[in-house]
Write a new protein. Structure first.
Length: 422
Protein backbone atom coordinates (compact mmCIF):
# COMPACT_ATOMS: atom_id res chain seq x y z
CA UNK A 1 0.00 0.00 0.00
CA UNK A 2 1.59 3.22 -1.12
CA UNK A 3 1.11 6.69 0.18
CA UNK A 4 -0.35 7.63 -3.22
CA UNK A 5 -3.61 6.21 -1.94
CA UNK A 6 -3.67 8.89 0.76
CA UNK A 7 -4.36 11.44 -1.98
CA UNK A 8 -7.67 13.30 -1.48
CA UNK A 9 -8.35 11.18 1.61
CA UNK A 10 -9.89 14.20 3.35
CA UNK A 11 -12.64 14.09 0.70
CA UNK A 12 -13.45 10.40 0.40
CA UNK A 13 -13.08 9.66 4.14
CA UNK A 14 -15.56 12.41 5.04
CA UNK A 15 -18.14 11.28 2.45
CA UNK A 16 -17.68 7.57 3.20
CA UNK A 17 -18.25 7.93 6.94
CA UNK A 18 -21.14 10.35 6.54
CA UNK A 19 -22.69 7.69 4.30
CA UNK A 20 -21.97 5.02 6.94
CA UNK A 21 -23.65 6.93 9.75
CA UNK A 22 -26.81 8.08 7.92
CA UNK A 23 -28.62 4.74 7.41
CA UNK A 24 -27.76 3.56 10.93
CA UNK A 25 -29.30 6.55 12.67
CA UNK A 26 -32.36 6.42 10.41
CA UNK A 27 -32.94 2.75 11.26
CA UNK A 28 -32.44 3.03 15.04
CA UNK A 29 -33.61 6.62 15.61
CA UNK A 30 -35.72 8.18 12.90
CA UNK A 31 -37.83 5.03 12.47
CA UNK A 32 -39.05 5.43 16.07
CA UNK A 33 -40.25 8.98 15.41
CA UNK A 34 -41.83 8.06 12.07
CA UNK A 35 -43.82 5.15 13.50
CA UNK A 36 -44.91 7.26 16.48
CA UNK A 37 -46.28 9.90 14.13
CA UNK A 38 -48.05 7.13 12.18
CA UNK A 39 -49.88 6.18 15.41
CA UNK A 40 -48.20 2.92 16.36
CA UNK A 41 -48.25 2.11 20.07
CA UNK A 42 -45.09 2.37 22.16
CA UNK A 43 -45.04 -1.42 22.64
CA UNK A 44 -45.14 -1.94 18.87
CA UNK A 45 -42.47 0.69 18.27
CA UNK A 46 -40.09 -0.78 20.86
CA UNK A 47 -40.57 -4.34 19.60
CA UNK A 48 -40.42 -3.73 15.85
CA UNK A 49 -37.58 -1.22 15.78
CA UNK A 50 -35.44 -3.24 18.23
CA UNK A 51 -35.60 -6.27 15.93
CA UNK A 52 -33.78 -4.12 13.39
CA UNK A 53 -30.58 -4.41 15.47
CA UNK A 54 -30.17 -8.07 14.46
CA UNK A 55 -27.91 -7.42 11.43
CA UNK A 56 -25.47 -5.51 13.66
CA UNK A 57 -25.61 -8.34 16.21
CA UNK A 58 -24.83 -10.96 13.58
CA UNK A 59 -22.50 -9.07 11.26
CA UNK A 60 -19.36 -10.83 12.61
CA UNK A 61 -20.79 -14.05 11.11
CA UNK A 62 -20.66 -12.80 7.52
CA UNK A 63 -17.71 -10.43 7.80
CA UNK A 64 -15.30 -13.17 6.55
CA UNK A 65 -17.46 -13.54 3.41
CA UNK A 66 -17.08 -9.80 2.76
CA UNK A 67 -13.33 -10.10 3.36
CA UNK A 68 -12.88 -13.04 0.99
CA UNK A 69 -15.05 -12.01 -1.98
CA UNK A 70 -14.72 -9.04 -4.33
CA UNK A 71 -13.30 -5.75 -3.10
CA UNK A 72 -14.37 -3.63 -0.15
CA UNK A 73 -15.12 -0.79 -2.57
CA UNK A 74 -17.52 -2.96 -4.60
CA UNK A 75 -19.19 -4.09 -1.40
CA UNK A 76 -19.84 -0.64 0.05
CA UNK A 77 -21.00 0.84 -3.25
CA UNK A 78 -23.42 -2.06 -3.77
CA UNK A 79 -24.77 -1.82 -0.22
CA UNK A 80 -25.20 1.95 -0.44
CA UNK A 81 -27.19 1.55 -3.66
CA UNK A 82 -29.37 -1.08 -1.98
CA UNK A 83 -29.96 1.29 0.95
CA UNK A 84 -31.06 4.03 -1.47
CA UNK A 85 -33.57 1.69 -3.10
CA UNK A 86 -34.87 0.51 0.28
CA UNK A 87 -35.43 4.11 1.43
CA UNK A 88 -37.31 4.71 -1.81
CA UNK A 89 -39.41 1.61 -1.06
CA UNK A 90 -40.32 3.04 2.35
CA UNK A 91 -41.33 6.35 0.80
CA UNK A 92 -43.48 4.73 -1.90
CA UNK A 93 -45.34 2.37 0.47
CA UNK A 94 -46.02 4.67 3.42
CA UNK A 95 -49.42 5.71 2.08
CA UNK A 96 -50.63 2.16 1.43
CA UNK A 97 -52.82 -0.05 3.62
CA UNK A 98 -49.91 -2.48 4.09
CA UNK A 99 -47.39 0.24 5.02
CA UNK A 100 -46.26 -1.40 8.27
CA UNK A 101 -45.25 -4.72 6.72
CA UNK A 102 -43.71 -3.07 3.67
CA UNK A 103 -41.73 -0.42 5.53
CA UNK A 104 -40.43 -2.87 8.12
CA UNK A 105 -39.24 -5.14 5.29
CA UNK A 106 -37.47 -2.17 3.71
CA UNK A 107 -35.94 -1.15 7.05
CA UNK A 108 -34.65 -4.72 7.39
CA UNK A 109 -32.98 -4.34 3.99
CA UNK A 110 -31.45 -1.06 5.12
CA UNK A 111 -30.21 -2.61 8.38
CA UNK A 112 -28.60 -5.60 6.65
CA UNK A 113 -27.02 -3.44 3.94
CA UNK A 114 -25.87 -0.87 6.51
CA UNK A 115 -24.19 -3.51 8.69
CA UNK A 116 -22.44 -4.93 5.62
CA UNK A 117 -21.48 -1.43 4.53
CA UNK A 118 -19.88 -0.92 7.97
CA UNK A 119 -17.70 -4.02 7.48
CA UNK A 120 -16.62 -3.00 3.99
CA UNK A 121 -16.08 0.70 4.77
CA UNK A 122 -13.95 0.03 7.85
CA UNK A 123 -11.91 -2.57 5.97
CA UNK A 124 -11.46 -0.21 3.02
CA UNK A 125 -10.31 2.56 5.36
CA UNK A 126 -7.48 0.36 6.60
CA UNK A 127 -6.53 -0.77 3.08
CA UNK A 128 -6.74 2.55 1.27
CA UNK A 129 -4.74 4.64 3.77
CA UNK A 130 -1.21 4.37 5.06
CA UNK A 131 -0.92 3.53 8.76
CA UNK A 132 0.06 7.11 9.58
CA UNK A 133 -2.99 8.53 7.80
CA UNK A 134 -5.33 6.01 9.42
CA UNK A 135 -4.54 7.61 12.78
CA UNK A 136 -4.60 11.12 11.33
CA UNK A 137 -8.13 10.78 9.92
CA UNK A 138 -9.74 9.11 12.96
CA UNK A 139 -11.10 12.48 14.10
CA UNK A 140 -12.57 13.21 10.66
CA UNK A 141 -14.24 9.79 10.60
CA UNK A 142 -15.93 10.47 13.93
CA UNK A 143 -16.89 14.05 13.01
CA UNK A 144 -18.66 13.12 9.77
CA UNK A 145 -20.35 10.12 11.37
CA UNK A 146 -21.76 12.50 13.99
CA UNK A 147 -22.82 14.95 11.27
CA UNK A 148 -24.73 12.08 9.68
CA UNK A 149 -26.49 11.53 13.01
CA UNK A 150 -27.45 15.21 13.16
CA UNK A 151 -28.75 14.94 9.62
CA UNK A 152 -30.68 11.70 10.12
CA UNK A 153 -32.27 12.37 13.49
CA UNK A 154 -32.23 16.15 13.29
CA UNK A 155 -32.49 17.80 9.88
CA UNK A 156 -34.53 15.05 8.20
CA UNK A 157 -36.96 14.98 11.14
CA UNK A 158 -37.26 18.77 10.94
CA UNK A 159 -38.08 18.40 7.23
CA UNK A 160 -40.78 15.84 8.05
CA UNK A 161 -42.28 18.19 10.65
CA UNK A 162 -42.31 21.06 8.17
CA UNK A 163 -44.06 18.88 5.57
CA UNK A 164 -46.60 17.71 8.17
CA UNK A 165 -47.71 21.33 8.62
CA UNK A 166 -47.60 22.18 4.91
CA UNK A 167 -49.42 19.08 3.64
CA UNK A 168 -51.63 18.46 6.69
CA UNK A 169 -51.18 14.76 6.01
CA UNK A 170 -48.69 12.88 8.19
CA UNK A 171 -48.32 9.81 5.95
CA UNK A 172 -47.75 11.92 2.84
CA UNK A 173 -45.25 14.13 4.70
CA UNK A 174 -43.17 11.15 5.79
CA UNK A 175 -43.51 9.57 2.35
CA UNK A 176 -41.96 12.64 0.72
CA UNK A 177 -39.34 12.79 3.47
CA UNK A 178 -38.20 9.20 2.88
CA UNK A 179 -38.13 9.71 -0.89
CA UNK A 180 -35.91 12.76 -0.32
CA UNK A 181 -33.74 10.59 1.97
CA UNK A 182 -33.44 8.02 -0.82
CA UNK A 183 -32.28 10.74 -3.20
CA UNK A 184 -29.72 11.97 -0.65
CA UNK A 185 -28.41 8.42 -0.20
CA UNK A 186 -28.15 7.97 -3.97
CA UNK A 187 -26.17 11.22 -4.26
CA UNK A 188 -23.81 10.02 -1.52
CA UNK A 189 -23.37 6.68 -3.29
CA UNK A 190 -22.48 8.42 -6.55
CA UNK A 191 -20.09 10.69 -4.66
CA UNK A 192 -18.35 7.67 -3.12
CA UNK A 193 -18.07 6.09 -6.57
CA UNK A 194 -16.19 9.08 -7.94
CA UNK A 195 -14.09 10.01 -4.89
CA UNK A 196 -12.97 6.65 -3.44
CA UNK A 197 -9.78 5.34 -5.09
CA UNK A 198 -9.51 1.79 -6.48
CA UNK A 199 -7.05 0.77 -3.80
CA UNK A 200 -7.37 -3.03 -3.87
CA UNK A 201 -7.68 -6.10 -6.04
CA UNK A 202 -10.46 -8.67 -5.73
CA UNK A 203 -10.01 -10.56 -2.47
CA UNK A 204 -8.65 -14.10 -2.89
CA UNK A 205 -11.26 -16.84 -2.58
CA UNK A 206 -9.69 -19.19 -0.07
CA UNK A 207 -11.12 -21.52 2.50
CA UNK A 208 -10.58 -20.02 5.94
CA UNK A 209 -13.08 -22.06 7.95
CA UNK A 210 -10.35 -23.16 10.32
CA UNK A 211 -9.23 -19.58 10.75
CA UNK A 212 -12.84 -18.49 11.37
CA UNK A 213 -13.25 -21.24 13.99
CA UNK A 214 -10.02 -20.16 15.66
CA UNK A 215 -11.30 -16.59 15.94
CA UNK A 216 -14.38 -17.77 17.83
CA UNK A 217 -12.61 -20.30 20.03
CA UNK A 218 -9.89 -17.86 21.09
CA UNK A 219 -12.47 -15.16 21.83
CA UNK A 220 -14.50 -17.37 24.18
CA UNK A 221 -11.31 -18.76 25.74
CA UNK A 222 -10.23 -15.33 27.01
CA UNK A 223 -9.79 -15.07 30.76
CA UNK A 224 -12.96 -13.78 32.42
CA UNK A 225 -14.81 -13.55 29.08
CA UNK A 226 -18.21 -14.58 30.45
CA UNK A 227 -18.08 -11.91 33.14
CA UNK A 228 -16.99 -9.42 30.48
CA UNK A 229 -19.90 -10.40 28.22
CA UNK A 230 -22.35 -10.05 31.11
CA UNK A 231 -20.99 -6.55 31.69
CA UNK A 232 -21.22 -5.69 27.98
CA UNK A 233 -24.83 -6.87 27.86
CA UNK A 234 -25.88 -4.88 30.94
CA UNK A 235 -23.78 -1.70 30.63
CA UNK A 236 -26.46 -0.03 28.48
CA UNK A 237 -29.46 -1.83 30.01
CA UNK A 238 -31.21 1.43 30.91
CA UNK A 239 -30.08 3.51 27.96
CA UNK A 240 -31.14 0.81 25.46
CA UNK A 241 -34.72 1.23 26.71
CA UNK A 242 -34.55 5.00 27.12
CA UNK A 243 -33.45 5.56 23.51
CA UNK A 244 -36.62 3.84 22.26
CA UNK A 245 -39.04 5.81 24.44
CA UNK A 246 -37.53 9.32 24.58
CA UNK A 247 -38.94 10.48 21.25
CA UNK A 248 -42.41 9.00 21.97
CA UNK A 249 -42.34 10.79 25.35
CA UNK A 250 -41.49 14.11 23.72
CA UNK A 251 -44.14 13.62 21.01
CA UNK A 252 -47.04 12.12 22.99
CA UNK A 253 -49.91 14.36 24.03
CA UNK A 254 -49.87 15.73 27.57
CA UNK A 255 -53.05 13.75 28.25
CA UNK A 256 -51.08 10.56 27.54
CA UNK A 257 -48.24 11.60 29.85
CA UNK A 258 -45.99 13.05 27.14
CA UNK A 259 -44.82 16.60 26.51
CA UNK A 260 -46.75 17.23 23.28
CA UNK A 261 -43.87 18.63 21.22
CA UNK A 262 -44.10 19.07 17.46
CA UNK A 263 -42.06 16.81 15.17
CA UNK A 264 -39.66 19.55 14.11
CA UNK A 265 -39.10 20.52 17.77
CA UNK A 266 -38.02 16.95 18.53
CA UNK A 267 -35.72 17.03 15.49
CA UNK A 268 -34.14 20.25 16.73
CA UNK A 269 -33.88 19.44 20.45
CA UNK A 270 -33.14 15.73 20.51
CA UNK A 271 -31.75 15.10 17.03
CA UNK A 272 -29.56 18.19 16.69
CA UNK A 273 -28.75 19.90 20.01
CA UNK A 274 -28.75 16.55 21.84
CA UNK A 275 -26.33 14.87 19.43
CA UNK A 276 -23.98 17.86 19.55
CA UNK A 277 -23.73 17.50 23.33
CA UNK A 278 -23.47 13.72 23.04
CA UNK A 279 -20.41 14.28 20.85
CA UNK A 280 -18.93 16.77 23.33
CA UNK A 281 -19.43 14.29 26.17
CA UNK A 282 -17.67 11.59 24.16
CA UNK A 283 -14.75 13.88 23.40
CA UNK A 284 -14.31 14.82 27.07
CA UNK A 285 -14.60 11.20 28.12
CA UNK A 286 -11.90 10.14 25.67
CA UNK A 287 -9.57 12.92 26.85
CA UNK A 288 -9.96 11.99 30.52
CA UNK A 289 -9.44 8.26 29.92
CA UNK A 290 -6.37 8.94 27.79
CA UNK A 291 -5.01 11.08 30.64
CA UNK A 292 -5.82 8.93 33.67
CA UNK A 293 -6.68 5.45 32.38
CA UNK A 294 -9.98 3.54 32.36
CA UNK A 295 -10.01 2.37 35.98
CA UNK A 296 -10.33 5.86 37.46
CA UNK A 297 -13.26 6.86 35.25
CA UNK A 298 -15.26 3.64 34.80
CA UNK A 299 -17.58 4.11 37.80
CA UNK A 300 -18.19 7.87 37.26
CA UNK A 301 -18.95 7.17 33.61
CA UNK A 302 -21.46 4.42 34.41
CA UNK A 303 -23.22 6.87 36.73
CA UNK A 304 -23.13 9.67 34.14
CA UNK A 305 -24.81 7.35 31.66
CA UNK A 306 -27.68 6.50 34.00
CA UNK A 307 -28.37 9.17 36.64
CA UNK A 308 -29.53 11.86 34.16
CA UNK A 309 -32.42 9.54 33.25
CA UNK A 310 -34.06 10.65 36.51
CA UNK A 311 -34.45 14.12 34.97
CA UNK A 312 -36.86 12.63 32.43
CA UNK A 313 -38.85 11.22 35.35
CA UNK A 314 -39.01 14.74 36.77
CA UNK A 315 -40.30 16.06 33.44
CA UNK A 316 -42.95 13.33 33.36
CA UNK A 317 -44.07 13.98 36.95
CA UNK A 318 -44.27 17.76 36.61
CA UNK A 319 -45.65 17.68 33.04
CA UNK A 320 -43.70 20.88 32.47
CA UNK A 321 -44.05 22.88 29.27
CA UNK A 322 -40.86 24.83 29.98
CA UNK A 323 -38.56 24.55 26.97
CA UNK A 324 -35.67 25.49 29.24
CA UNK A 325 -36.32 22.42 31.39
CA UNK A 326 -36.87 20.13 28.38
CA UNK A 327 -33.80 21.27 26.45
CA UNK A 328 -31.70 21.27 29.63
CA UNK A 329 -32.72 17.67 30.39
CA UNK A 330 -31.86 16.50 26.86
CA UNK A 331 -28.50 18.30 26.99
CA UNK A 332 -27.53 16.79 30.36
CA UNK A 333 -28.72 13.29 29.43
CA UNK A 334 -27.03 13.27 26.02
CA UNK A 335 -23.80 14.73 27.38
CA UNK A 336 -23.82 12.08 30.12
CA UNK A 337 -24.54 9.39 27.53
CA UNK A 338 -21.56 10.44 25.41
CA UNK A 339 -19.33 10.76 28.47
CA UNK A 340 -20.33 7.36 29.82
CA UNK A 341 -20.16 5.61 26.46
CA UNK A 342 -16.47 6.51 26.14
CA UNK A 343 -15.60 4.07 28.96
CA UNK A 344 -17.66 1.35 27.31
CA UNK A 345 -15.85 1.71 23.98
CA UNK A 346 -12.43 1.57 25.66
CA UNK A 347 -13.49 -1.55 27.56
CA UNK A 348 -14.54 -3.19 24.29
CA UNK A 349 -11.02 -2.50 22.99
CA UNK A 350 -9.63 -4.22 26.09
CA UNK A 351 -11.85 -7.27 25.54
CA UNK A 352 -10.66 -7.48 21.91
CA UNK A 353 -6.94 -7.35 22.79
CA UNK A 354 -4.86 -10.12 21.23
CA UNK A 355 -3.76 -11.55 17.88
CA UNK A 356 -7.26 -11.41 16.33
CA UNK A 357 -7.98 -7.91 17.60
CA UNK A 358 -10.10 -6.76 14.63
CA UNK A 359 -12.30 -9.86 14.53
CA UNK A 360 -12.66 -9.99 18.31
CA UNK A 361 -13.69 -6.33 18.36
CA UNK A 362 -16.39 -7.15 15.82
CA UNK A 363 -17.63 -9.95 18.10
CA UNK A 364 -17.61 -7.63 21.12
CA UNK A 365 -19.63 -5.00 19.24
CA UNK A 366 -22.06 -7.73 18.19
CA UNK A 367 -22.74 -8.45 21.87
CA UNK A 368 -23.04 -4.69 22.40
CA UNK A 369 -25.78 -4.58 19.75
CA UNK A 370 -27.49 -7.57 21.39
CA UNK A 371 -27.46 -5.63 24.66
CA UNK A 372 -29.31 -2.83 22.87
CA UNK A 373 -31.77 -5.07 21.02
CA UNK A 374 -33.16 -7.31 23.77
CA UNK A 375 -34.09 -4.62 26.35
CA UNK A 376 -35.33 -2.33 23.59
CA UNK A 377 -37.82 -4.98 22.45
CA UNK A 378 -39.68 -4.86 25.77
CA UNK A 379 -39.21 -1.14 26.48
CA UNK A 380 -42.59 -0.14 25.06
CA UNK A 381 -44.44 -2.76 27.08
CA UNK A 382 -42.69 -1.61 30.27
CA UNK A 383 -43.51 2.04 29.53
CA UNK A 384 -47.18 1.26 28.92
CA UNK A 385 -47.28 -0.70 32.18
CA UNK A 386 -45.46 1.82 34.38
CA UNK A 387 -46.35 5.09 32.64
CA UNK A 388 -43.65 7.52 31.59
CA UNK A 389 -42.72 8.60 35.12
CA UNK A 390 -42.36 5.03 36.40
CA UNK A 391 -40.54 3.99 33.23
CA UNK A 392 -37.86 6.65 33.62
CA UNK A 393 -37.29 5.63 37.25
CA UNK A 394 -36.96 2.04 36.02
CA UNK A 395 -34.31 2.85 33.40
CA UNK A 396 -32.27 4.67 36.05
CA UNK A 397 -32.45 1.64 38.37
CA UNK A 398 -31.40 -0.57 35.43
CA UNK A 399 -27.84 0.64 36.06
CA UNK A 400 -27.59 -1.64 39.12
CA UNK A 401 -26.40 -4.85 37.32
CA UNK A 402 -23.50 -3.02 35.65
CA UNK A 403 -22.61 -1.30 38.93
CA UNK A 404 -22.43 -4.70 40.62
CA UNK A 405 -20.48 -6.41 37.84
CA UNK A 406 -17.89 -3.64 37.48
CA UNK A 407 -16.55 -4.48 40.95
CA UNK A 408 -15.45 -7.91 39.69
CA UNK A 409 -13.87 -6.90 36.38
CA UNK A 410 -10.13 -7.36 36.03
CA UNK A 411 -8.33 -4.99 33.67
CA UNK A 412 -5.19 -2.82 33.90
CA UNK A 413 -5.78 0.46 35.70
CA UNK A 414 -3.96 2.41 33.00
CA UNK A 415 -5.38 0.49 30.04
CA UNK A 416 -7.15 3.38 28.30
CA UNK A 417 -4.25 5.70 29.00
CA UNK A 418 -1.81 3.43 27.18
CA UNK A 419 -4.19 2.50 24.36
CA UNK A 420 -5.45 5.95 23.44
CA UNK A 421 -2.03 7.57 23.63
CA UNK A 422 -0.43 5.01 21.28
Amino acid sequence: MTNDKDKNAWLWVSILYFTQGLPYIIVVGLSVIMYKKLSLSNSEIGLYTSWLYIPWVLKPLWSPFVDLNFTKRKWFLSMQLLISLAFLGIGLTLQTDFFLTATLACFWMVAFASATNDIASDGYYMLALSEKKQSFFIGMRSTFYRLAMVTGQGLIVILAGFLEHQLENTAKAWSFTMIATAVLMAVLTISNFFTSPKAEENSPKVNQNAHFGTIFSTFFAKKGIWLSLAFILTYRLGESQLVKMTSPFLLDDIAKGGLGLATEAVGTIYGTVGIIFLSLGGILGGILISKDGLKKWMLPMILSLNLPNLLYALLAITKTTSMFAIVGTVIIEQFGYGFGFAAFLVYLIYVAEGFYKTSHYALATGFMALGMMLPGMISGYIQEWLGYDGFFFWVAFAAIPALVLVRFLDYPADFGKKTLNN
